[in-house]
Design a protein around this ligand. Structure first.
Ligand SMILES: *Cc1c(COP(=O)(O)O)cnc(C)c1O
Length: 392
């Protein structure tokens, strides 16, 4: 269906930070499938886990226990800070659906509203679409499920007013990703935690894009000195294999009893074997440490480009605000020259390379972007269009 723009490059192969298209041209991938392939493409540990799962055990249903799910749940609980339980889903939206249902079950009669922020993104199912604070995306799909309320991002007074006795939970991103890469900040998160504590509401953090090392910590909320009640994640968890998870602290998780929630594929050995390999590699290489170090290197290099007005983000989730806007055209120009980035707003590019990216790859990406921005600012030579992709 025509849900995505036409005329896209067809990629047929990936390796580390690089992609190859159907014509054999090479591209440097600084988007990672929207912050998904955090260990780069075709990571051998993930490939081996998938192949072993394929010849050992792919699926049993949730009527039985499987090893990878138990181990991944224990690892995630440890990385989040302990004392919780995990439900496995197949995507970010499904992880958030789980969180929303859990908040309603925990809240009980009359306490069901979920408050989220304008500019947020929480998914495309009917409930997570309503949680998504972008009214323009709602219009065509009314009526949406009831029980959602939106507040201005980073406005604690608005949150104070919105968290009334019907509110079961506040759902926030640690960094608004789709909204333009805007970190929430310590003051906002600590204020949100205080408001939730005072009113008896849950603080739920959507870490679908920010989780698992991307921001320079295991989870984005860990920058802000707060402990949430519920944490959702997905994108990087399977390095490209669809898998999501909803973590909740024990007391909240207990609201669900057998029969309250389920997923045929959620927690199955194929996806969870990939997640197990991802977490193992991420711990071995200190993925958050790499994201922090390479993120600040990338930020410095981007800020040196004359066409870049400012750089924001956390770790390796970075946005470059362009002096002359036109982010869509700049992203297209970069693709033409063999660099994959995305226009996260009309005036800003989002960069989210693999957490295994090297300084040399950062230099290469920044040089391509510098060329594209230089041409646009009038320094164009009028020469022939460069052929697509990097020189092999
Ligand atoms: C991508 C994203 C989602 C939705 O995840 P899907 O896997 O596409 O359903 C939800 N929340 C955030 C913050 C995201 O970035």
């Amino acid at each position: 269906m025509a849900t995505y723009p036409p005329d896209r490059v067809t990629f047929v192969r990936g390796q580390g930070s690089y992609l190859w298209d159907a014509e054999g041209r090479r591209y440097l991938d600084f988007l990672s499938g929207l912050a998904v392939t955090s260990l780069g493409h075709a990571h051998p540990a993930v490939a081996q886990a998938l192949s072993e799962a394929g010849s050992t055990l792919l699926h049993t249903s949730n009527l039985f226990a499987t090893r990878p799910a138990e181990e991944v749940a224990a690892t995630l609980d440890r990385l989040i800070g302990g004392g919780g339980k995990v439900f496995f889903a197949n995507s970010g939206a499904e992880a958030n659906e789980c969180a929303i249902k859990l908040a309603r079950k925990w809240g009980g009669h009359g306490r069901y509203v979920v408050v989220s922020a304008f500019g947020s993104f929480h998914g495309r199912t009917l409930a997570t679409l309503h949680a998504t604070g972008q009214p323009a995306k709602h219009e065509a799909f009314q009526p949406l499920p009831e029980g959602f309320r939106h507040v201005a991002w980073q406005d604690l007074e608005a949150l104070e007013r919105a968290v009334t006795p019907e509110v079961a939970a506040v759902l926030l991103e640690a960094v608004q990703g789709e909204g333009g890469v805007w970190p929430a900040g310590q003051e906002y998160f600590q204020g949100a935690r205080r408001i939730c504590d005072e009113r008896g509401a849950l603080l739920m953090v959507d870490e679908v894009q920010t989780g698992l090392g991307r921001t320079g910590r295991w989870f984005g909320f860990q920058h802000y000195g707060v402990v949430p009640d519920v944490v959702t994640m997905a994108k990087a968890l399977g390095n490209g294999v669809p898998v999501g998870a909803c973590w909740a602290r024990d007391q909240v998780a207990q609201a669900f009893v057998p029969g309250d929630h389920a997923s045929t594929f959620g927690g199955q050995p194929l996806a969870l074997s990939a997640a197990q390999a991802v977490l193992q590699v991420m711990e071995e290489i200190d993925a958050p440490g790499r994201a922090a170090a390479l993120g600040s290197y990338l930020g410095e290099k981007l800020a040196e480009l004359p066409g870049v007005a400012s750089v924001r983000g956390l770790g390796l989730l970075v946005a470059a605000e362009l002096v002359h806007g036109g982010a869509g055209q700049v992203a297209a120009g970069c693709l033409q020259r063999g660099l994959v980035v995305n226009a996260v707003t009309p005036s800003a590019l989002r960069l989210a390379p693999s957490l295994l990216v090297t300084e040399a790859e950062v230099d290469e990406a920044v040089a391509i972007l510098g060329d594209v921005l230089g041409e646009r600012s009038g320094g164009g030579t009028g020469g022939p269009e460069p052929s697509r992709g990097l020189q092999p």
